[in-house]
Design a protein around this ligand. Structure first.
Ligand code: NAG
Ligand code: NAG
Ligand code: NAG
Ligand code: NAG
Ligand code: NAG
Ligand code: NAG
Ligand code: NAG
Ligand code: NAG
Ligand code: NAG
Length: 661
């Protein structure tokens, strides 16, 4: 019924609707401008293991993500502004742990942005905080109590990016999936302008379309401060209020789906339909690359997978090639053509032009069961095989051929065709006819630069080495974290004590001293995990140096959980405290106590802890002598190794050694 009246209004010939005809015409005026397709690193620690890949594999992975006309050729990169707190799969360090502290060389997001820019100088960069260091909240888990301080903190990050890394940040966000504050947004805009950062555009509020849209409609100063309304997981739809703002609309976080064929179907569908249904001109995938231990939450929800730096193994999953269908044949700034992009028998298309005669059409026919995203629920719909006839008009009427690129997702034998060049497709008299099947993607384009990149086969998959040690003497510049350690609460970074007589000059130090303005429910104790989740039997040894009388340190094995679930992590934890006691617990919270007693441990002294887990028999040693033994426990059964501290206190670790199976 709707279709009938629409065609009637457009004055189409009655014949048009049963022959499935579509018109591609730039003479009727152009639609919105594409802002780009991209992905998110962070939120949290999703690129953690990538930095530790050996060359040439690390560069190959980066090429698949960023190199133009090679793989995903991403147009946007959004990174987390580390806030020292747990933000889904780990913590990322802040550039200001403390009020008088500034350091623009922590973490890996700077490095990642530079690697992206190296490959594609026109990639646009976005920064967004999920969490903030504790001093921002001054005792409250809230970043808006002193909005000028928060604005200063964020702008320092933008200025630091330029000063230390020559990175221009293009867009800045407010607080990921948490409340916004209008006063803060205005102060941030004002402060950016004052720093001559007019070009940095504000995205708000990285949550739902509402209430930010309502606020903008009734507050002209806020309306002016915000350049882009960014919504998360919009299900390809927008709302009236957002449209009425006349602002750019982005799906500023989307996808979040396991990167198999269904994940690819999800990604293909939303890349088109976020514009077709919701006028959105940018879509960002969480996450860029699954580079975190797979058993952490949302394992393998990245465009590709690189979670084994110890072996060099990685996999270029199909979402990379789905992305290429759009990104290799468009640029931010291209215009969508004004068309209703719904295909008559299901599926969608978008058509874009650079305004200089180039045309790119992307068609997807994803069936519902094969394109469900993790959220929101997908209402029922039907897609059937169909013949689609496109009529090229306006500047495109003289085109004689278009390059054709093709994918078909296969769900029975997992034998998909991905981003295959089908060469030029002839067009006669401005008519392009296609027989569309199910779960297919087509790109038809005037551009001849498309390319399916490839590298030599990566090494085979290997489990984490069963013997692993690190004395933290050999650093991995420019990174602040030791290889493979994945912080889940607190931040563990390289530390140099120049006045140490020799044994412990280079150490790893937990540096968060105050509970952050959190995004998730961080644990009350800090923890960094490492190793293989399947490990059962362990011998872990590590030197520890507790720097405060309020502190405490542990080594642990069989850690059951991390990420946003870290507060309820179980395992076998061997704790020592500076009051001269020890404890053995089955949980990170430290309440499920198996054993406790005296150890003689003191603050500001080095001690060596050893934890031996052999089947159900567990025992611990201090400075090479048995401290407790023959405790029997059957749970938990397996998990990672870990180090950590009691509460947020400075503590150092050295000569970490694990032997496990
Ligand atoms: C925003 O923050 C300011 C400054 O802290 C505060 O006065 C105001 O009440 C906040 N507004 C809202 C809506 O929370
Ligand atoms: C938004 O999309 C709808 C549906 O395609 C379209 O009718 C409308 O003109 C678009 N609005 C804007 C402002 O682009
Ligand atoms: C299309 O894009 C290419 C590459 O940007 C450019 O050289 C060309 O002039 C554009 N126009 C046409 C009609 O091909
Ligand atoms: C989609 O999946 C549902 C639930 O598994 C099933 O009942 C339905 O038949 C499937 N539809 C198609 C078209 O395969
Ligand atoms: C996979 O597809 C290719 C090309 O379509 C075909 O030659 C091959 O036999 C298929 N393999 C399987 C296992 O179905
Ligand atoms: C496409 O057009 C070219 C040039 O006119 C011609 O040589 C070629 O045979 C045509 N291909 C097909 C498949 O019709
Ligand atoms: C550095 O080493 C010296 C000498 O051993 C020691 O007194 C001091 O506490 C150490 N500082 C830190 C922060 O570890
Ligand atoms: C632990 O078990 C071993 C072997 O059964 C035994 O020799 C040892 O005395 C036990 N240690 C303690 C503290 O009970
Ligand atoms: C438990 O393990 C400890 C340390 O490896 C060992 O000394 C002890 O004999 C074992 N106890 C039993 C009962 O096997």
């Amino acid at each position: 019924m709707r279709l009938w009246s629409l065609l009637w209004l457009l004055g189409c010939r009655a014949a048009a609707w049963w022959s499935d005809d579509y018109s591609l015409d730039d003479a009727v005026g152009l639609g919105r401008q594409l802002d780009g397709i991209g992905a998110i690193s962070g939120g949290g620690a999703t690129s953690r293991l990538l930095v530790n890949y050996p060359e040439p594999y690390r560069s190959q992975i980066l090429d698949y993500l960023f190199k133009p006309n090679f793989g995903a050729s991403l147009q946007l990169l959004k990174v987390e502004i580390g806030g020292d707190a747990q933000t889904t799969d780990g913590t990322e360090p802040s550039h200001m742990h403390y009020e008088n502290d500034e350091n623009y060389f922590r973490g890996y997001e700077w490095w990642l942005m530079k690697e992206a820019k190296k490959r594609n100088p026109s990639i646009k960069l976005i920064g967004l905080p999920w969490a903030f260091p504790g001093w921002i909240g001054r005792g409250m888990s809230w970043p808006y109590a002193y909005p000028d301080v928060t604005a200063y903190y964020i702008i320092s990050w933008i200025i630091g990016a330029k000063k230390y890394h020559d990175l221009d940040i293009d867009y800045i966000g407010i607080w990921n999936e948490r409340p916004f504050n209008s006063t803060y947004i205005k102060i941030l805009r004002y402060a950016l302008d004052k720093q001559d950062l007019q070009r940095v555009q504000i995205i708000a509020s990285d949550d739902l379309w509402e209430p930010i849209s309502f606020f903008m409609l009734t507050d002209s100063e806020l309306h002016e401060a915000v350049s882009i309304i960014g919504a998360h997981y919009p299900g390809t739809e927008t709302v009236k209020a957002a449209q009425l703002t006349l602002k750019k609309l982005w799906s500023s976080e989307d996808y979040s789906t396991f990167n198999n064929e269904v994940g690819s179907g999800c990604w293909a569908r939303i890349l088109n339909q976020n514009y077709v249904n919701g006028n959105m001109t940018a879509t960002l995938a969480w996450n860029l690359v699954a580079s975190y231990y797979e058993e952490l939450p949302f394992g393998r929800c990245g465009l590709m997978t690189a979670q084994e730096p110890w072996s060099g193994h990685y996999s270029v999953n199909s979402p990379i090639w789905v992305t290429a269908h759009t990104t290799q044949f468009t640029q931010p700034g291209w215009y969508y053509l004004k068309v209703d992009g719904h295909l008559k028998k299901g599926g969608s298309f978008v058509a874009l032009t650079d305004g200089l005669g180039n045309l790119t059409v992307i068609i997807e026919t994803m069936t519902r069961n094969h394109s469900k995203c993790i959220r929101p629920p997908l209402p029922p719909y039907v897609v059937s095989p169909q013949k689609a006839v496109f009529h090229l008009k306006g500047s495109f009427s003289k085109l004689k051929s278009l390059q054709m690129w093709y994918s078909k997702l296969d769900f029975s034998t997992a034998n998909s065709t991905l981003f295959q060049s089908l060469g030029p497709k002839n067009i006669s008299e401005g008519i392009l006819a296609l027989n569309l099947g199910l779960d297919e993607i087509y790109t038809l384009t005037t551009l001849t630069t498309g390319h399916k990149g490839s590298s030599s086969e990566p090494p085979p998959s290997q489990p984490f080495p069963s013997i692993y040690k690190d004395d933290f003497n050999i650093r991995n510049p420019p990174f602040s974290e030791a290889p493979y350690f994945a912080d889940q609460t607190g931040v563990f970074e390289y530390f140099i004590n120049a006045s140490d007589p020799g044994d412990h000059v280079f150490t790893l130090r937990q540096v968060v001293t105050q509970r952050p303005v959190t995004w998730a429910l961080d644990a009350t104790n800090t923890i960094s995990i490492i190793g293989n989740y399947k490990w059962i039997n362990f011998i872990i040894t590590c030197d520890i140096y507790i720097e405060s009388n309020k502190g405490g340190a542990f080594i642990a094995g069989r850690i059951s959980k991390g990420g946003i679930y870290v507060p309820s992590a179980q395992g076998i934890f061997f704790w020592v405290f500076p009051d001269g006691t020890y404890r053995v617990t089955r949980d990170l919270a430290g309440v499920d106590i198996l054993m406790k007693g005296l150890s003689g441990v003191r603050a500001n002294r080095w001690h060596t802890l050893t934890l031996i887990l052999k089947g159900s028999n567990i025992s611990g040693m201090l400075n090479g002598y048995p401290l407790w033994e023959n405790i029997t426990t059957h749970s938990p059964e397996n998990g990672w190794a870990a180090i950590g501290t009691h509460s947020f206190e400075l503590t150092q670790f050295d000569n970490f050694h694990v032997e496990a199976s």
